[in-house]
Ligand binder design. Structure first.
Ligand SMILES: [Zn+2]
Length: 86
């Protein structure tokens, strides 16, 4: 009888430990997800994107949309070509 009781206690203890670990993982996953959602709503990449100025027409545009040529910034390839010609 003593051995049977011992194994019952071991099995119950293992099940309780597995439940505690599963709950802990769920909580840590929730904690990891929440900050990411906050970052997405702010969208730091677009918020911090710098504006640049075309050297031909002076229009301001996001750096990602600008044309870079020989270290100078243009709004389009047409304006880059205009300034590069002698
Ligand atoms: Zn331009």
């Amino acid at each position: 009888m003593g051995k049977v009781l011992f194994w019952i206690i071991v099995i119950i203890g293992a099940l309780l430990a597995a439940r505690i670990v599963a709950r802990h993982q769920e909580r840590s996953q929730l904690n990891n997800k929440q900050p990411k959602q906050v970052k997405k709503s702010i969208n730091p990449e677009k918020a911090t994107e710098s504006m640049v100025r075309c050297e031909h027409c002076g229009i301001h545009l996001p750096r990602s949309e600008a044309v870079l040529s020989k270290g100078r910034i243009w709004c389009s390839k047409e304006h880059a070509d205009l300034q590069e010609r002698p």
